[in-house]
Design a protein. Structure first.
Ligand code: UN1
Length: 494
């Protein structure tokens, strides 16, 4: 059985306790490998290594750090297929989407490599003669990176690459459902020339490792993607130490389909956004706000399209939808559907755990369309994180926007329409960090800010230049070359 150690201070090591856990293929139940199970002491060692490595790393010229990331991007590119296959085995998403996940990481890594030559500050005129004023960006220190399993290469890369290019060091705790992918990513960073201690990897199911990172006084920055429940805990644990915390949490994303929309295009957008990655994306479309004039027609087309989807092992090129990540997920998803039924919704297709035939060995949920859903139902308010979407009928754009905005999340939204004015009104009024026009709710690009409003997060954004803002501190520098005392605000030049 393959074994996956932790990576601390540039060495691959067993957990100090010697304990291990396993990683399992959700399509087959097969055990893929054994993984070192970390605890508090491993975190302590990782933080010390990251702290010790910080000084040399922050002083390395940023373009040189960029060269290391450039090599990492090349390695990710060369291993794209291998990584994608492993990803399908470890968390179930179909191979085509696993390739997309790795591609997002490649794109982000090249983008951040380039930022090494663009960590722009500001120079501004000073108030006094013979004086210069400027603001420069500085790294902050050790960044705690805590990531989910649904984008096992992309999400860690969105966090680690900007943290590194800005000159920070990293303690990385990946989701315990996808430790092997995390291992592969860190191997690539090592091979690309990231010096010992600059990136450290500690695994730990059960919260001990995560909590030790959150509560460690030498980790001033935390970046976390995961559920809202966990995000609140992250925030509360980090708060007494006044850490800088980035939270990327849930979504309850909607696609509005207006009466003048291209329905076939909308169907493709809904199916891709709602059922891609088996709905396990924070950007997944889990509500369809359908104009009443086209609702019945849209539902008929959606049902027909969804029934043609093939469920199966993501490695099979004929598979459209893979399993969900684990048994608990399967039960949680089904619980939402059952509750929707009790509240009066109708299952137009799907609505069941696949518990017979060869797929019964894995964690498969039949792609599900719910109709007769009302905006206040739980299934229309809470994040499901599974292959389920709910159709809600609306009578106007205003009503659709109101319902879209009537949830606690604000990550992504979309509108299908041919009306230019309506599209612009929606772009202005939809309260989400991402808005798509004639396109589904998923598929953000790495050079634009990514993140959500309201309880999807805490105001920070990742990707693009926004990430550079998160991973740096501003330092304002004044240089007086007049040779005399110039008292600010007092010796006002005439
Ligand atoms: C997530 O599900 O946590 O736009 C991120 C998208 C992807 C990112 C999803 N680029 O759907």
């Amino acid at each position: 059985m393959d074994f996956y150690p932790m990576y601390i201070g540039g060495r691959w090591v067993e957990a100090r306790s010697g304990r291990r856990f396993t990683s399992v293929n959700p399509a087959t139940g097969e055990v893929l490998g054994e993984v070192a199970l970390g605890d508090r002491e491993d975190v302590q060692a990782a933080v010390e290594a990251a702290r010790d490595a910080f000084d040399a790393w922050r002083r390395m010229p940023a373009p040189r750090r960029g060269e290391i990331l450039f090599r990492a991007a090349e390695l990710l590119g060369r291993r794209k297929e291998q990584l994608a296959r492993r990803m399908t085995q470890e968390m179930g998403k179909v191979l085509m989407e696993a390739r997309g996940d790795v591609q997002e990481a490649i794109d982000m890594t090249y983008y951040m490599a380039g930022e090494g030559r663009r960590l722009f500050g500001e120079t501004v005129p000073a108030e006094m003669p013979d004086k210069m004023a400027m603001a420069v960006r500085e790294p902050i220190g050790v960044v705690g990176v805590i990531t989910p399993w649904n984008f096992p290469i992309a999400i860690p890369s969105w966090k680690i690459m900007p943290a590194l290019i800005c000159g920070n060091t990293v303690v990385f705790k990946p989701a315990s459902d996808t430790p092997i992918l995390a291992h592969r990513l860190v191997e690539i960073l090592e091979e690309a020339g990231v010096p010992p201690g600059v990136v450290n990897l500690v695994y730990g199911p059960g919260g001990t490792v995560g909590d030790a990172i959150l509560a460690h006084p030498d980790v001033p920055v935390i970046t976390f993607t995961g559920s809202n429940e966990a995000g609140v805990h992250v925030n509360a644990t980090a708060a007494p130490l006044l850490k800088r915390v980035h939270l990327e949490l849930g979504g309850k994303n909607a696609i509005i389909v207006m009466d003048d929309a291209d329905l076939d295009l909308a169907v493709e957008g809904v199916v891709w956004s709602a059922l891609g990655t088996s709905g396990q994306r924070c950007t997944a479309a889990s509500r369809v706000l359908a104009h009443r004039a086209i609702k019945d027609q849209l539902v008929t087309k959606l049902v027909e399209r969804i029934r043609r989807l093939r469920l199966g092992d993501g490695l099979d090129p004929d598979t459209d939808v893979g399993p969900v990540v684990n048994r608990q997920a399967l039960e949680r998803i089904h619980g939402y559907v059952e509750e929707a039924r009790r509240e009066g919704a109708t299952v137009a297709t799907g609505g069941r755990i696949v518990d017979e035939g060869p797929l019964a060995r894995g964690f498969f949920y039949a792609p599900t369309l719910l109709v007769e859903v009302r905006p206040e139902m739980r299934v229309a308010q809470e994040e499901i994180f599974g292959p389920v979407t709910a159709v809600i009928e609306v009578s106007s754009l205003e009503e659709a926007i109101r319902i879209n905005n009537g949830v606690r999340y604000g990550l992504s939204s979309a509108i299908y329409t041919r009306d230019v004015n309506g599209a612009f009104r929606a772009m202005r009024d939809l309260m989400t960090g991402l808005v798509y026009v004639n396109h589904g709710t998923i598929g953000s690009e790495v050079h634009l800010p990514f993140g959500g409003m309201r309880q999807t997060g805490n105001g920070h954004r990742e990707a693009g230049r926004a990430a550079i803002d998160f991973y740096t501190e501003w330092k304002s520098i004044y240089v007086d070359f007049s040779g005399r005392l110039q008292r600010a605000q007092i010796d006002i030049p005439q």
